[in-house]
Structures are given as C-alpha cells and as structure tokens.
Write a protein that binds this ligand. Structure first.
Ligand SMILES: Cc1cc2nc3c(=O)[nH]c(=O)nc-3n(C[C@H](O)[C@H](O)[C@H](O)COP(=O)(O)OP(=O)(O)OC[C@H]3O[C@@H](n4cnc5c(N)ncnc54)[C@H](O)[C@@H]3O)c2cc1C
Ligand code: FES
Length: 347
C-alpha cells in the first residue's frame, strides 16, 4: 500500500501514513500526541485543517463534518486517510506528555452496585506491569471479536504505575458488554485491556479556574482529576456540576460533598433533570449544562472539563462557546459515545 508523508502544522512534525490507515492512527503510532477521544468520527476532538494535499475524508456523517467543512479543508483525522503528501494544521499536544499505549491482561477484582444502573468495577493488572496514565484518561476493553468498549479511569494516577484500575460502568439496556457486566460477569474473569487512551486529561500547568461538568458516569474521570488535584495540593477554584435524572444517578454525592466541605476552593452543584417525589429533592433542577450557564454567563477566563452523555457534552461544547465566550481550546471533553451513536453516524 502506498504511503505518504504527513506534516503537522505548526510543529513541523512528520510521519508516514499509508492510504488505508487513518491519519490519527499513524500519527499516534509514530509517538506524536494528537487530540482524540471517540476514534469513530463523532466527537470532533480530532478535527484538523488540511492546508496542502488531498485526503479521503472517510465515512463521516454530515452532522459531524459537512460539505462546507470539507470545502474549507476541515477533516476528522480519526477517519481521514491521505491520498498524497499532506500538511495538516492541528492542535497537537506535547509528545512528552504521551504515555505509550499498552495491551495488558486484567482480572475483575470487584463488582459493586453504586446505583441500580451503575457498577463500580475494579480490575487488577499484572503485578510486574503497573500502568501509568494521566488523570482523566480512559481504557479500552478489547473483546474477543476485536471490538472495543471504552471506560474512563476513576482512580488516581501514581508515578510508578497503578496495579488496579477503577471504572464506573452504566448499564445500557441491550448493550453487549454492560449487560454482561451486570448479569453474568464473575469475579476473577480475565479480559484484555489497552491503556492509557485519549487526550482528555487534567491540564495541571494552567492557572485558570475550572468548571467540571459530569453527566452520569461521566463522574468517573472527573473524580480522578479532582482527587489527583487535591493530592497535588492544587488550589485552583473547582466548581463541579453533576447532572443526572434522579438522585440515584448522583451515585457518589457523599464523596463530592466531602470534597466541598473539606476544601474551600471546591464547590459541588448536583442537578437533577427528572427529580421524582421519592428523590425528596430541594436542589437545582433542569439541564445540567444550563445550570452552569446560569452561574457562569462569562466563561472567557475558565477551563471546562466535560464528560458523559453525548447530548450533554455536545450541548455544552456548543452553548458555552456561542453564549458564554468560552474559548474553543479551553473545552476538554470525553463524550461517552456508544454503538448506537456510531451506527447513526455511519448511516
Ligand atoms: C472515550 C469514552 C469513554 C467512555 N467511558 C465510559 C465510562 O466511564 N462509563 C460508562 O458507563 N460508559 C463509558 N463509555 C461508553 C462505553 O464505552 C460503551 O459504549 C457503553 O458502556 C455501552 O457498551 P455496551 O457494549 O453495553 O453496549 P453496545 O453493545 O455498544 O450497545 C449500545 C447501544 O447501542 C445499541 N446498538 C448496538 N449495536 C447497534 C447497531 N449496529 N445499530 C444501532 N444500535 C446499536 C444497543 O442496543 C445499545 O442500546 C465511554 C465511551 C467513550 C467513547
Ligand atoms: S476522535 Fe475523531 S471524531 Fe472523535
């Protein structure tokens, strides 16, 4: 297969990419750190601009890459393949920040229901292969047929590597992996995982106040980031919004309340969208991203970390920039895209 030279701008970094490989995959394989999350043409995190050369834009739904976008050279680099040498403008991350991605066997050590539809799953890694990651990143389970399911890491990174990984798994009715987790998974079951993945991680060097927006199990990577920032003695203001349908969806509210009680710089705002009388709720209600906008009409000096349900993350991405002046580069997100969204995007 013919290979082509890809040059990233403005860094000038170069790598080879064959015509049947995505530009993102080849760039990451060459040791560069390009932004990505879903790797399936849905979340826009990997968006770049083709400055020179031609690409096959891939099978991306027009909702995520329109004909107008293509005309001005916009491309989703997880889907785009080169048709010749290309120069591409992309918001690259420092390759020194990237940990090598490793495939590891793991064993299920703990399965604990945190809510009727949320399972805390802890998996153990081989004793001689502790794993490093950045607070906020995710793992992929590689299933027997080679398909993957992604889950954000909820525990805190350790310099010389962790031996266990904590995950918060929400049951998706009809979902292949989560139905197994909730209905037939046994302790000590072994799986293959790949980690660490994604460019959603805490930017420790910044001094901007942080808005954290979690929807459902989107709390998992936010938990890792907040606990790690506390451990590091960081005092930047953090306002955590956690949205769910009912009280049960805010499944670790006591922990978030404890952070807020013990640390002056942390504020916790739970928001319910479908509170029932059983919730006995007197707190904020409505869409969680709207609650953020009510409290922060001007986000121009903030950083936002958003995670969870795709509709919440995408609404926040759009509305925070359009209505609250949040710079595009200050919005970090992992959208918990499932096969349902991937299928819709490919249709
Ligand atoms: C970066 C990232 C991080 C994530 N982190 C987390 C996390 O921390 N916690 C968490 O709970 N989830 C997370 N997710 C979501 C997770 O990866 C899974 O997608 C989710 O758990 C569902 O997996 P499943 O195998 O149970 O469902 P799937 O088998 O993938 O099915 C999901 C839904 O799609 C439907 N479906 C399946 N195939 C098709 C098809 N061909 N056409 C139409 N519909 C179809 C199913 O009926 C079901 O309703 C994350 C996703 C991403 C991308
Ligand atoms: S990583 Fe390319 S669209 Fe999500």
């Amino acid at each position: 297969m013919t290979t082509h030279t890809i040059t990233l701008l403005p860094s000038g970094h170069q790598f080879q990419c064959s015509e049947d490989e995505s530009i993102l995959k080849a760039g990451l394989a060459s040791g560069l750190f390009m932004p990505y999350s879903c790797r399936s043409g849905v979340c826009s995190t990997c968006r770049g601009t083709i400055k020179e050369g031609k690409v096959d834009f891939g099978n991306v739904h027009p909702n995520y890459l329109s004909e107008d976008d293509k005309r001005v050279g916009k491309a989703l680099l997880c889907s785009a393949k080169p048709l010749g040498d290309c120069s591409i403008e992309v918001r690259e991350l420092d390759p020194a920040e990237a940990f090598p991605v490793r495939k590891l066997p793991c064993r299920v050590l703990q399965l604990e229901r945190l809510a009727p539809d949320v399972m805390l799953m802890t998996v153990g890694l081989p004793a001689n292969e502790p794993a490093v990651f950045k607070a906020g990143q995710y793992v992929d389970f590689v299933l027997k047929d080679g398909t993957r399911r992604s889950y954000s890491i909820a525990n805190v990174p350790v310099t010389d590597g962790v031996r266990q990984v904590e995950l918060h798994v929400r049951l998706v009715p009809g979902g292949r992996f989560t139905e197994h987790v909730f209905n037939s998974m046994k302790l000590r079951e072994t799986m293959q995982l790949e980690m660490p993945l994604g460019s959603f991680y805490w930017r420790e060097q910044s001094d901007k106040p942080m808005i954290m927006l979690a929807s459902g199990t989107g709390f998992a990577p936010i938990k890792s980031i907040i606990e790690y920032s506390i451990e590091r003695g960081n005092k930047r203001p953090i306002t955590l919004y956690w949205g769910g349908r009912t009280r049960a969806c805010i499944y670790m509210a006591a922990l978030a309340e404890k952070w807020a009680a013990e640390h002056e710089h942390i504020t916790f705002v739970p928001v319910l969208s479908n509170a029932t009388p059983q919730c006995n709720w007197t707190g904020r209600t409505g869409f969680v991203h709207k609650a953020v906008m009510e409290d922060f009409p001007d986000m121009s000096g903030h950083e936002v970390y958003a995670c969870g349900a795709p509709i919440v993350v995408e609404s926040a991405r759009h509305d925070f920039a359009a209505q609250c002046g949040l710079p595009e580069a200050e919005f970090y997100a992992d959208s918990f895209i499932t096969e349902a969204e991937r299928h819709k995007a490919a249709a």
